[in-house]
Design a protein around this ligand. Sequence first.
Ligand SMILES: [Ca+2]
Ligand SMILES: [Ca+2]
Ligand SMILES: [Ca+2]
Length: 328
Amino acid sequence: MNHPTSWVRCNFNSVSKALLFTVAVFSITQSLQAELISSVDIAPTSTIRHDRADALYTAGAALFPATGRLTWPGFLCSGNFIGNFGGSGWVLTAGHCVDDGTAASQFDFLLGGTNDDGAAIFPAPTSTNFIDSLAKGDDIALVRLVGEVVGVAAAVLNTGTNEVGMVGTHVGFGRTGTGLTGDTSGAGTKRAAENVIDALGNSVDVGLADQLIDDFDNPLDAGDSLFGSSAPLNLEGLIAPGDSGGGYYVDFGFGFELVGIHSFNGAIDGDLDSDYGDLSGSTRVSSFVPWINATTSAVPEPSSLILFAIAGAFLYLGRKNKQKKSLA
Ligand SMILES: [Ca+2]
Ligand SMILES: [Ca+2]
Ligand SMILES: [Ca+2]
């Protein structure tokens, strides 16, 4: 049974809202910034329904080949291949995954069984640090890889603005557990979990613009619903640490499109463990498509430049030879 509107409002009065926002900030700095790679194991990822087989969630991940694993010394996030431009593959991830000063070359993107290093990092233009990214809803960044990605279809960017109410799929390499236990196991394995995009952050008093918000509904307790319906989807789940930067996908009828980049968890039970009743926020991709297109198209084609330089050298040598011949 859905909560009456007044219940939702009651739980987001000024006191509760302050608590939720504080917890949401805490979740980014403490719970979803990235996953310490020391805790990585072979366990599956993201929290799942307690009454569903985990194999259903791990099998679903195969439908989303563009989402890969982004690691750097000591940490793990997720990222999404969005295409080859200027002779390089490009990865769309969360800003807080790449803003700790680590050099681009220290990042490693694993996709389709192939690793590649980062070549350059491009934070959202308005992002100055992690907390700013949360407050502004621009927790998003691009990583240009050294080489092109081969043999993997790129994620399609969503450009529309009708995400709310749609069924989405979270894809990432985060920690796992069930809705009853919370995220109790380490990150490192790819999985996919469904949820309904309930609202934009700034429309439900979570306080964030350009964020897609959802909750982890409990099949045993309708009271755990924070937004929208209290009925969980068949493979309902919530993102957890390590899923940061991963993809939130929606099929609007033309195949899956990337609508969100996993950003943070929130909780009103005081425990940021992605159990039933917790919530998550993803940065809204459609708001950043102009920046993504401008950034990926601004890089010159190195192969073209090299060809031009070689052609120029031949031309110069040819003239020089001609001159020598004419002098001779
Ligand atoms: Ca839900
Ligand atoms: Ca709900
Ligand atoms: Ca919790």
